[in-house]
Design a protein around this ligand. Structure first.
Ligand SMILES: Cc1cc2nc3c(=O)[nH]c(=O)nc-3n(C[C@H](O)[C@H](O)[C@H](O)COP(=O)(O)O)c2cc1C
Length: 330
């Protein structure tokens, strides 16, 4: 399959692994890229820009295929050293950057000058148009279903993707709720040139996370995610657990008086305990509704090959079959 996205990024299949905190290490990115997709290292998971440079070098040793780095612009008080992060990416010879969070305009000229393609992940048509206007090469359109931060508009992909297709001139991928060949064909039908997956890639053999995380995703249904931090306008879709239910209780009690300090125990610094140590009740961790469609732990290659085979069969058998049936009955 060739699309604007496979051509732009020089990859075999139109499938991207979105940046994921404490998941997007070199092992994850290399496994996805070796399977013909675009793997992405999560920049901010690395403690220093030098650690990121080392992780990029490690990934390069593990794959000769293109891979990217995610740079998330957080509304934090102690901002990471973004200029040094961007330098590590450029000096590491990375050719694709996935930006997310706030507007990436400040770093864009440096990335473009270095010949790096930028795909900005955002959750609305207006932010997608802004990304196009400031010179991003592509957008990852993240619907309300997505694991992580779906924004505050709550527009699911069935509406968001065709709306993006109507407005955008640059290519985009569908993100949020994507799991299999059906997702890919549906995304393509709605105007996307590929798909981005987060949660699905955590439940793979190579994902460098504790087995408990993979088991939790396989066990979960589509009913098992919750939206937290909505009162702070920093909504995050997470897997439910005891800590999350406690957090929601605090949100109900405090209402609009809720402050970040009130929920710090449930959200701050919990990722290493969950992803590395497998302490599944340590706090809130991002997970998509798509967990309901995930019931195995394949290798990245098995997963991507299966998605592409299923997509081909849907297009050439199921969809073409409808046209053939119509022709026979005509
Ligand atoms: C555990 C986890 C951590 C994530 N961390 C980040 C992150 O640090 N930066 C980012 O831009 N997106 C992050 N995301 C969002 C993903 O890149 C992707 O957009 C999202 O998972 C797509 O929805 P899906 O999970 O339904 O596939 C994270 C998602 C998950 C599940």
């Amino acid at each position: 399959m060739k699309t604007a996205i496979t051509e732009m990024f020089g990859i075999e299949h139109p499938i991207i692994q979105g940046g994921m905190h404490y998941v997007g290490f070199a092992e994850m990115a290399a496994a996805v890229s070796n399977a013909g997709g675009l793997g992405i290292i999560t920049g901010l998971t690395q403690k220093t820009p030098q650690d990121l440079a080392n992780e990029i070098a490690k990934c390069r040793d593990m794959t000769d295929k293109p891979f990217g780095v995610n740079v998330t612009f957080l509304p934090t008080v102690n901002a990471p050293d973004y200029p040094a992060i961007i330098r590590a990416i450029i000096e590491g010879g990375v050719k694709v950057v996935e930006t997310a969070g706030n507007n990436p305009a400040a770093v864009l000229p440096h990335l473009k000058d270095a010949g790096i393609k930028v795909i900005h992940k955002c959750t609305s048509v207006r932010h997608s148009l802004k990304a196009q206007e400031i010179g991003c090469d592509a957008v990852s359109v993240d619907g309300f279903e997505c694991g992580g931060h779906p924004g505050e508009d709550d527009i699911p992909n069935m509406i968001l993707l065709p709306r993006a297709a109507d407005e955008l001139d640059i290519p985009f991928v569908a993100s949020g709720g994507m799991a299999d060949g059906r997702s890919l064909v549906a995304a393509l039908a709605m105007g996307a040139d590929g798909m981005n997956m987060g949660t699905r890639f955590i439940a793979t053999k190579e994902a460098p996370v504790h087995e408990n995380v993979k088991a939790a995703i396989v066990a979960a249904s589509e009913l098992d995610t919750r939206l937290v931090m909505r009162p702070l306008r920093n909504t995050e879709r997470v897997m439910t657990n005891a800590a999350v239910e406690k957090l929601l209780e605090k949100e109900r009690e405090l209402g609009s008086d809720l402050k970040f300090e009130d929920i710090v125990d449930e959200v701050a610094g919990v990722y290493p305990r969950i992803m590395t140590e497998g302490d599944m009740d340590a706090g809130a961790w991002s997970c998509g509704m798509v967990a309901g469609l995930i019931d195995d732990v394949p290798t990245c290659k098995e997963l991507i090959d299966r998605i592409m085979a299923e997509a081909d069969a849907i297009i050439s058998e199921r969809l073409v079959g409808f046209q053939k049936r119509a022709a026979v009955n005509a």
